[in-house]
Design a protein around this ligand. Structure first.
Ligand code: ATP
Length: 260
């Protein structure tokens, strides 16, 4: 099976600091890969290099086998890379419905061609309504995006991503800042996307319970380098993850033991 996304020796330097250091990794359709690592490990920077927000110092990015390294971010979106930004994809003054509808129009390349929009109006509305159902925002369809609570804005952002129909979904801490009862809705949406075996999902996530439950594979970044890559159980048990995530807890245990 071919890879939907691949990075080869992907590297970026900020002055003397190598934030992402020769990361080579390939991702298959029908898989969800969690990217974990301590703060400052280079996870978001790796995403920025893939989606085109940052230009690599060296190395290459391939989507569907095509070298897209020199393409700007909007061109990469057209090639099937879809990234949920922390709410920056939303049009704040437009309604929930209009936000979804615009994303569908953008995907279909309808732009501002009024005849095309008019003739496809019913199909567009039906598709947007189906997405509103999926993200559980039908009741808020006419509310301006900016008026929604944080959790609903995050759901809308996932809805926009679904409307764009990317082949690669990139989520950077999708549940950050959400209340306990809002988290399952986002996780359900990710699970639903995952059921489509043509899609590839990359997930940066600090919550290890979420990672354990959703991922087929975990890669660990440490000081910008690929430090581990494999099955979730095996990677979670690896020394690098134990140290990065459980090191503090182990030290606390030792201190408690010593004090007894
Ligand atoms: N534009 C930039 N200019 C200079 N340094 C940067 C820039 N972007 C990121 N860095 C540095 O690169 C390193 C990796 O940062 P990055 O945000 O990718 O880490 P992260 O793994 O996503 O961390 P976190 O889990 O805290 O979000 C950090 O040392 C950061 O300070």
């Amino acid at each position: 099976m071919s890879f939907s996304l691949e990075t080869r020796d992907l590297t970026i330097r900020f002055g003397g600091h190598v934030a992402v250091d020769a990361v080579s990794c390939a991702f298959r359709p029908g898989t969800l890969t969690a990217i974990v690592g301590p703060n400052g490990a280079g996870k978001t920077t790796y995403f920025n290099l893939i989606s085109g927000q940052l230009k690599a110092s060296s190395g290459r990015v391939f989507v569907g086998g095509d070298d897209i390294t020199s393409l700007p971010a909007p061109e990469r979106t057209k090639r099937g890379l879809g990234r949920a930004f922390q709410l920056t994809n939303l049009f704040p003054n437009l309604s929930v419905m209009e936000n979804i509808r615009l994303a569908i129009q953008a995907r279909r390349g309808m732009g501002l061609n009024l005849w095309s929009i008019w003739s496809n109006h019913r199909a567009l509305i039906a598709e947007a309504e189906a997405i509103l159902e999926r993200i559980a925002l039908t009741a808020r369809r006419d509310a301006p995006a900016a008026s929604l609570p944080h959790g609903d804005q995050r759901k809308l952002e996932v809805g926009i991503l679904i409307a764009l129909e990317p082949t690669v979904f990139m989520f950077d801490e999708p549940t950050a800042g959400m209340s306990v009862d809002e988290v399952p809705v986002i996780l359900d949406l990710i699970r639903e996307i995952k059921r489509d075996m043509t899609k590839t999902i990359l997930l940066v996530e600090h919550k290890m319970d979420v990672v354990r439950e959703l991922s087929d594979r975990i890669i660990v970044l440490h000081n910008g380098k690929l430090a581990a890559d494999g099955e979730p159980a095996e990677v979670i048990a690896s020394p690098v993850v134990q140290q990065a995530y459980l090191g503090m807890a182990a030290e606390d245990e030792e201190e408690a033991e010593a004090a007894r």
